[in-house]
Design a protein around this ligand. Structure first.
Ligand code: FAD
Ligand code: NAP
Length: 544
């Protein structure tokens, strides 16, 4: 296959794979596909690699899976050479790491940056994808891989008067590269998900006045972050192989597992001790202390009560504490936030919590935010309002499959994939960490690696067997959609208005999008599918 001319050529060219997105998933896919001997043209809307970690530069941004685990596992050299300075690295450190990996494996050279893919259309005659970009590319490829991100399409709510605000507005997912100095300013933050909760303590330290506009409270557990000393790093590096093995077998993509017993079958003392241990370990893992915590409401209540006591113990004003304690979802059914000094921040004199449940936003005006009963004068508004998750980035591209049907049309009632990887009606198209995949409930870097390895092996298989097109069958897809939904229905997750269900986006179909059966289980299913000669996919020979 000939390579396309680099840069912004208008000339159509043919490559094996068009790869969209240069976040961690796209980066590893680039490496793996090239290693498999395929030609790849990557496109990335941002100016460089990193995706999430390139765009989310808000103060306080960190990972919530320990860095030693939330990192590429494909290169032992990189694992041994890179030194993480903290248990949960900051965004700048994660981006430095990403740059280090990109340089080591020359991952930039086949990506066109500052280039947004506008459309991808499957040409049934030629069995090729035709891909266009906002920089004038119009190229063809045998395969199209979307590594466009599960949390990359920002959601800026359409609040009345939003554009009339005279001050500055920011979204956490598109933070200015030069940073923002809030010294002496009156700042409003809308949103108390992970991005809001991570940024609020640092914004409060800088701003003159900080108003937090909370619609739904979230559970948050202190990170228990720590500087990693040389001895800890040496020990982690010496045990990397085992750490990764356990992560790949685990439900959540890190080497920690829940106590297999019910939270209800152990003594009160034992239960409290277990919760205390997980609380000290820090962050999101608290939600998986006992196996039935997110499937049995009584078991969940024991964890919820423990967390609520912790929250109350930190906040001086009991009325503020009550507003910060979620009332609308079982703990762990929205991603538990991993914070640093979040609840303590509400003890500061310059911080006001506005409870939008009792006093909703009416409008934004030139001078600030007006709720039903108050007007808050502001210099800056920070939208920590999240993303059109899992489907948003894909549906913002015009993807057309067989018979002129677009992906948006095919997914009108909710996303439908087989294994999260293939879509019926869209031959030779693969999706990474999207709906139907366990990625967002696991460790997305390891999930992305698994997807890329699996897709690359599949393409090699097709080429070795003289096969030209592959397409997920409708029956396998129906079964997978049903399996995802059935597994979710056995848990408490569907009861929460989370982005997993699209509940944060008005009008989005309410469908539980990720595969909740665990990363290890999912890997095994994918391995079984490949070992069976790719059951559930229809393949057509090159000469048919
Ligand atoms: P992304 O990093 O989102 O990359 C997708 C890329 O595709 C983007 O660069 C985007 O510009 C590009 N793109 C999209 N559409 C187009 C188009 N049409 N044309 C060209 N380019 C396009 N997960 C964890 O497991 N652990 C964590 O600790 C964690 N922390 C997070 C913190 C934040 C602030 C956020 C927002 C998410 C976090 N996540 C975390 C989830 C995170 O999104 C993933 O871990 C991971 O970084 C996603 O990588 P990706 O390559 O799949 O997608
Ligand atoms: P999010 O969890 O969806 O939170 C968005 C917040 O904005 C919610 O509090 C939401 O309230 C609020 N909101 C949205 N629209 C609103 C409106 N019109 N009016 C008032 N409030 C509104 O988004 P996020 O915080 O960016 O996090 C998304 C995911 O990214 C996380 O779950 C996590 O997986 C990942 N992430 C991880 C980290 C980390 O710690 N490493 C950091 C950031 C993000 P409602 O709940 O009422 O909708």
């Amino acid at each position: 296959m000939s390579k396309p001319s680099p840069g912004h050529s208008r000339e159509a060219a043919t490559v094996d794979v068009v790869l969209v997105g240069a976040g961690v998933s796209g980066m590893y896919a680039m490496h793996k596909l090239r290693q498999s001997g395929l030609t790849v043209q990557g496109f990335e809307a941002g100016s460089d690699v990193g995706g999430t970690w390139y765009f989310n530069r808000y103060p306080g941004a960190r990972c919530d899976v320990e860095s030693v685990d939330y990192s590429f596992s494909f290169s032992e050299e990189v694992q041994q050479e890179w030194d993480w300075s903290e248990k949960y690295a900051t965004q700048p450190e994660i981006l430095s790491y990403i740059n280090f990996v990109a340089e080591r494996f020359d991952l930039r050279s086949d990506f066109a940056f500052d280039t947004r893919v506008l459309s991808a259309e499957f040409d049934e005659e030629a069995s090729l994808w035709r891909v266009t970009t906002d920089q004038g590319h119009d190229i063809t490829s045998r395969f199209c891989i979307f590594a466009t991100g599960c949390l990359s399409a920002a959601n800026v709510p359409n609040i009345e008067g939003r554009d009339t605000f005279a001050g500055n507005t920011y979204h956490t997912g598109h933070w200015p590269h030069e940073g923002v100095d809030f010294t002496g300013r009156r700042v409003g933050v809308i949103g108390t998900g992970s991005s809001g909760i991570q940024s609020i303590p640092l914004l409060a330290e800088q701003a003159d006045q900080l108003c937090v506009f909370q619609r739904s409270a979230n559970y948050s557990v202190p990170a228990g972050n720590a500087v990693l000393d040389e001895a800890t790093r040496r020990e982690q590096k010496a045990n990397y192989a085992e750490r990764r093995r356990l992560s790949r077998l685990s439900g959540g993509g890190s080497p920690f597992t829940a106590d297999p017993r019910s939270a209800l079958e152990v003594s009160d003392e034992e239960r409290i001790e277990a919760y205390n241990k997980r609380w000290t370990l820090g962050g999101v893992l608290f939600g998986k202390t006992f196996a039935d915590q997110t499937s049995n409401i009584e078991a969940n209540d024991t964890a919820r009560r423990f967390a609520e006591d912790k929250i109350r113990s930190v906040i001086d004003d009991p009325a503020v504490a009550e507003v910060l304690i979620p009332k609308d979802h079982p703990i762990g059914t929205k991603r538990i936030v991993t914070d640093t000094n979040y609840y303590e921040t509400y003890n500061r004199d310059n911080v006001t919590l506005v409870d939008l449940k009792s006093d909703p936003i009416e409008a934004i005006d030139e001078a600030g935010i007006k709720t039903m009963s108050e007007h808050y004068e502001l210099d800056d508004i920070v939208f920590a309002t999240g993303f059109d998750a899992m489907t948003g980035a894909l549906e913002r591209i015009s993807v057309t499959g067989r018979g002129g049907v677009t992906l948006k049309q095919a997914w009108e009632a909710g996303p439908r994939t087989y294994l999260g990887l293939g879509v019926p009606g869209f031959p030779n198209l693969f999706i990474m960490t999207g709906p139907g995949s366990p990625g967002v409930l696991a460790n997305v870097i390891l999930a992305g690696e698994q997807h890329a390895d699996w897709i690359s092996d599949f393409i090699t298989y097709l080429d070795d067997h003289g096969l030209r097109t592959v397409e997920a069958t409708t029956s396998a897809t129906d079964a997978w959609v049903e399996e995802c939904s059935e597994r979710a229905s056995r848990t408490l997750f569907p009861s929460a208005n989370s982005w997993y269900l699209g509940a944060n986006i008005p009008g989005k179909p309410r469908v539980f999008m990720p595969f909740i059966g665990g990363f290890g289980t999912y890997r095994q299913i994918c391995e079984d599918v490949s070992a069976s000669g790719y059951k559930g996919f229809e393949m057509v020979a090159a000469d048919d």
